[in-house]
Design a protein around this ligand. Structure first.
Ligand code: WTA
Length: 659
């Protein structure tokens, strides 16, 4: 990994902003100056300018009990009101909030006035079902307008949403419902994907039926009709969205809540088997979403059409499909389906149809389009595009250049944005109109954000060197904790760099390796922990291993992320079968069975690309699996240094077997 980055660091191409772009750009160098002068005053200004507060805050940051930060704590606001009503009251009710396109080609354009009414109805319906401030609501929906409406309705009531990606399995949904004690689940019969309806409601049924202690906190399941597929029905528990929401009153007064009122929990993979429920709150989160969405994408809300291709099941969908764009009163596109359905030019067709001006997507998608060929984008008029963004994993310079040339017509700035579920919003990125772009580097912390790269003992590595990426000062959209597990929150992020004797010098450990080049620009090297990045999605090796060993034929399993041209990394597993099973079936049968097991336990995104059935795993004398050696095998390389293995012959046994 670091070899590739060494070669990337020799990337010499530079793309300074054009004077035309700079002339009208939203971001100006004054942002850096103001933030440099007084960081907290800068954030306070952003919070006041970008949001409407029912009660203005007087204190910007309370960091007396690190790492538990409180931002704008004595202020009060309603997040949904800020995303909806205030735009209508300001006279922008007729502006389109969402152009939605379903995969089969059906579409809806929803104005701010209409969206506000829909959310008011949904909030009334949820209130009638007993949802109150602080209650948890699980949302398991396809990319349909109701996903946004549901999230905002929950936020409007001061309740907490936990969106679970529709591609996750019933088992993943079960553990998330249970961890958060969700009272309500909002789902759909099914959604469209790759030309077919995929069911969702049945997964909710089995998730609830399999709650560990046999009872469930879920009182109701609210079902949107989308796929029109058959569903089972539990009378009294299950309700159709169109029955309860359509008939609900369309007036609803938004109650203001304190800035630190929890807004959502979003589960993400960590180093251990159990996903972490990352907790975000209201005022700080919304401030940074709005600030980054405006400045990083050069948003002109009156004229732009923004498109973030992420699913709302991921943090990118939370911050840049729902909260950032709507807080800023932007017009955006939401597309339900896959990029290649019904034809490989679907995205480009949509950009032409809606005149999309800002596109925000992941390197894995760009690399997949590079493979299919430029002839597809070239069939469509993409001249409306003026800013391109990338997120989720390092973007290699070749993909960056292709993106800019083929999609951006060689004109558009490309912003490579580094951030995480935990950071809530973008942290490191070029600013269009200001930064001279460097393909492959995420470049500079945003104004108001302080990051650094440290070595293992906490010393700054300085330009030209690599180490661990840290955030050195609290930021408004920082996670406020891990749901129900404050210890794990401290251990995971704040213990490594807790400088003794100075409690205020705790630094946030991001879990990514990074290098600073000679200009001090940041190059992200990828995760330094046991987290893989597959198609921009975080998966934990431990979680996949426990899915594998929970199958009765498996004795032991080790999972590694092997580099992959399209998906960045791919899941590769090494599995030892129980003795009897090893005789009873062929390796191919076992491989198929176990791939299905992972898809069922976690979701199709975690399905291993390859499973190698082996008889041994390489372990150190202390019993730790040496994944580095397995990665060599998975990537087809000569196996590296084996001298620290307990049994130095074991890699020969493995490679002989696989030959
Ligand atoms: C990776 C997604 C390189 C990184 C917003 C991080 C990136 C993890 C970039 C978070 C980028 C995200 N360049 N790597 N521009 N953006 N990552 O929580 O490893 O799903 O820690 O949040 O994705 O993934 P998450």
């Amino acid at each position: 990994m670091s070899e590739t980055i060494d070669s990337l660091l020799h990337e010499e191409r530079r793309f300074p902003p054009s004077s035309d772009f700079t002339a009208t750009s939203v971001a100006t160098p004054a942002l850096y100056e103001d933030a440099g002068k007084d960081r907290l005053a800068f954030w306070a200004d952003q919070a006041r300018e970008l949001l409407e507060w029912s009660t203005p805050f007087t204190e910007t940051l309370d960091w007396n009990n690190p790492p538990f930060a409180r931002w704008f704590a004595d202020g009060r606001l309603n997040v949904a009101y800020n995303c909806l009503d205030r735009h209508v009251l300001a006279g922008n009710g007729d502006r389109v909030a969402i152009h939605w396109e379903g995969e089969p080609g059906d579409s809806r354009s929803i104005t701010y006035a209409e969206l506000t009414r829909e959310v008011m109805k949904a909030a009334n319906a949820l209130e009638a079902l007993g949802i109150r401030r602080g209650d948890r609501v699980a949302i398991y929906l396809p990319m349909i307008p109701e996903a946004v409406i549901a999230m905002l309705a929950v936020a409007r009531l001061g309740a907490i949403h936990s969106v679970v990606f529709g591609g996750f399995s019933a088992e993943s949904l079960r553990s998330r419902i249970e961890d958060a004690d969700a009272k309500l689940v909002i789902t759909a019969d099914g959604g469209w994907r790759k030309g077919k309806v995929f069911p969702l409601k049945n997964a909710v049924d089995s998730a609830i039926a399999s709650q560990t202690d046999g009872t469930s906190t879920v009182e109701h399941v609210l079902v949107v009709r989308r796929g029109e597929n058959d569903v089972d029905w539990t009378e009294g528990r299950d309700l159709w969205w169109h029955d309860v929401v359509d008939s609900a009153p369309d007036e609803h007064e938004a109650e203001p809540f304190e800035a630190e009122n929890p807004l959502f929990i979003l589960y993400t993979s960590g180093t251990t088997g159990k996903p972490k429920g990352i907790l975000h709150t209201s005022g700080g989160y919304l401030t940074q979403c709005a600030y980054t969405h405006k400045n990083v994408f050069d948003l002109h809300p009156e004229t732009d059409v923004f498109w973030c291709t992420a699913d709302v099941g991921w943090v990118t969908g939370h911050s840049y499909v729902v909260y950032g764009p709507l807080a800023n009163g932007a017009t955006q596109l939401i597309y339900e389906g896959t990029p290649d359905t019904p034809h490989p030019g679907r995205w480009w067709e949509l950009i032409e149809k809606y005149g999309v001006t800002i596109l925000y997507t992941a390197p894995t998608a760009i690399r997949a389009f590079m493979k299919t060929g430029r002839e597809y984008p070239q069939k469509f008029d993409l001249s409306s595009l003026r800013v391109l963004g990338s997120v989720g994993e390092p973007i290699n310079p070749e993909a960056w250049i292709w993106y800019r040339d083929i999609i951006g017509g060689g004109r558009t700035p490309v912003v490579d944005t580094w951030w995480q579920t935990e950071t809530g919003a973008i942290m490191v990125s070029a600013l269009p109109g200001i930064t001279s772009a460097k393909p492959g580097s995420a470049q500079v912390p945003l104004p108001g954000i302080s990051v650094d790269v440290l070595d293992e003992s906490g010393n700054r590595v300085g330009n030209g060197n690599g180490g661990l990426l840290v955030v050195t000062e609290p930021w408004p959209s920082m996670l406020r904790g891990i749901w129900g597990d404050p210890e794990r929150f401290i251990e995971t992020y704040w213990e490594k760099f807790d400088f003794e004797g100075s409690p205020n010098r705790r630094m946030y450990l991001a879990g990514d390796g990074a290098r600073l080049d000679s200009d001090g620009d940041v190059w992200i090297l990828g995760r330094v922990d046991d987290v893989m990045n597959v198609s921009g999605h975080r998966l934990s090796t431990m979680e996949i291993e426990s899915a594998l060993v929970s199958h009765p034929i498996v004795a032991e399993a080790a999972v590694v992320g092997a580099s992959d041209d399209t998906t960045g990394q791919a899941v590769v597993a090494f599995v030892i079968l129980r003795a009897k099973q090893a005789e009873a079936q062929t390796a191919a049968e076992a491989e198929a069975l176990l791939k299905a097991q992972v898809a069922e336990q976690i979701g199709a995104i975690a399905r291993p690309r390859r499973i190698f059935i082996v008889t041994e795993l390489p372990k150190t004398r202390s019993g730790k699996i040496m994944r580095r050696l397995l990665r060599d095998v998975a990537e087809g390389r000569e196996v590296g240094d084996t001298t620290t293995l307990a049994d130095t012959q074991v890699m020969n046994v493995i490679t002989d077997k696989l030959r």
